[in-house]
Design a protein around this ligand. Structure first.
Ligand code: GSH
Length: 205
C-alpha cells in the first residue's frame, strides 16, 4: 500500500493524521502551511479539484472526505480496529456518531467559525452568529447528554471520538469552548491527552 496524506495543521486532515496514529498505520504525511490562497493554486487543484482539505491517496485512489478516509483506513488496513460492524450491538450508535461529527455538526461549526473568527468583523452578520451559536449549542447539548463522567462516546475509544473530537477542537480553537457543557469539556481534555492526538499535532510544516 502507498498511503499519502496532504496535511494542513488544524484542518480536517488532522482527523486522518490522528486516525493513522491511533491505528498504528504508516503513511507519507506531507504537511503544508495553512494558507487559503494556496488551495486554489493550479498545483493544489490538481490534487484536490475543489481546492479543499483534506486530500488523501491510496495509490491511484483519491478520497476527499475526512470521515470517509478514517473509516476506509480502519476497515481496509487495520482489521476494523476502532470501528463497529453490523453484528455489534452498538453499530447503530457508531454510525450515528461517526456521521454526526461532520454531517451533523460540520455545517453549524463552519458557520460559527466564519462568524466569530474567519470573516473580517465588518463582514460578520449578527443574526447568523446567533443562529450558528444556537445550533452548535444544540449539537453540544446532545453530546453532553450522552457522555458519562469518563470514557468515550461508545464503550471504548473509537473512530467516532475522532470524528466528533475534531469538531470540538474547531469549537475550542475559535474560542467558542464556553458553549461546551462540563462533561464535553472534560471529554475533549481526555481526547487531547491521548498519544495519538499528540502525534498528529506534531506534524508541522
Ligand atoms: N466534509 C469535508 C469538509 C472539508 C472542509 O470544509 N475543509 C476545510 C478545512 S478544515 C477547507 O477546505 N476550507 C478551505 C475552503 O473552504 O476554502 C471533510 O470532512 O473532509
Amino acid at each position: 500500500m502507498t498511503l499519502k496524506l496532504i496535511h494542513f495543521p488544524n484542518a480536517r486532515s488532522l482527523r486522518i493524521a490522528w486516525a493513522l496514529a491511533e491505528l498504528g498505520l504508516d503513511a507519507e504525511i506531507e504537511t503544508r502551511a495553512f494558507d487559503l490562497s494556496s488551495l486554489k493554486s493550479e498545483e493544489y487543484l490538481a490534487l484536490h479539484p475543489m481546492g479543499k482539505i483534506p486530500v488523501f491517496f491510496d495509490g491511484d485512489e483519491r478520497i476527499i472526505e475526512s470521515v470517509a478516509v478514517i473509516e476506509y483506513l480502519a476497515n481496509k488496513y487495520a482489521e476494523g480496529r476502532l470501528t463497529r460492524q453490523p453484528d455489534d450491538a452498538d453499530y447503530a450508535s457508531y454510525l450515528q456518531w461517526l456521521h454526526f461529527g461532520e454531517a451533523g455538526m460540520g455545517g453549524y461549526v463552519n458557520m460559527l467559525i466564519a462568524q466569530t473568527a474567519l470573516l473580517p468583523e465588518d463582514q460578520r452578520i449578527p443574526a447568523m452568529k446567533l443562529w450558528a451559536e444556537k445550533e452548535t449549542k444544540n449539537c453540544l447539548n446532545f453530546i453532553e447528554s450522552h457522555l458519562g463522567d469518563d470514557g468515550y462516546l461508545l464503550g471504548g475509544f473509537s473512530l467516532v471520538d475522532i470524528a466528533v473530537g475534531y469538531a470540538l477542537f474547531l469549537i475550542k480553537i475559535t474560542r467558542n469552548g464556553k458553549l461546551m457543557g462540563p462533561k464535553t469539556a472534560a471529554y475533549f481534555d481526555r481526547l487531547t491527552a491521548r498519544d495519538g492526538w499528540k502525534t498528529a499535532q506534531n506534524h508541522q510544516p
